[in-house]
Design a protein around this ligand. Structure first.
Ligand SMILES: [Zn+2]
Length: 70
């Protein structure tokens, strides 16, 4: 719980570090490069640009639009 709370209040840098941490965990569990939403593989290009990417470009777009619309 505490960890999650910290995540929400973290600044940009903190969020980035958290994302890296998650990416490392996902590499270990063999899920790296797979979209969390649709389970499609994330493109190599996208992973190169954003190594900690958890969503494919389609799902990320959708999510960003939802967040902006809030
Ligand atoms: Zn996706």
């Amino acid at each position: 719980m505490e960890k999650e709370k910290n995540y929400y209040y973290a600044d940009q840098e903190g969020q980035y570090l958290k994302a890296i941490e998650i990416a490392l965990q996902r590499i270990e569990s063999g899920e790296y490069g797979q979209c969390l939403e649709c389970l499609d593989l994330i493109s190599d290009k996208r992973l190169e640009a954003v190594p900690a990417a958890e969503l494919c470009i389609n799902c990320k777009d959708k999510k960003e639009k939802l967040e902006r619309g809030r």
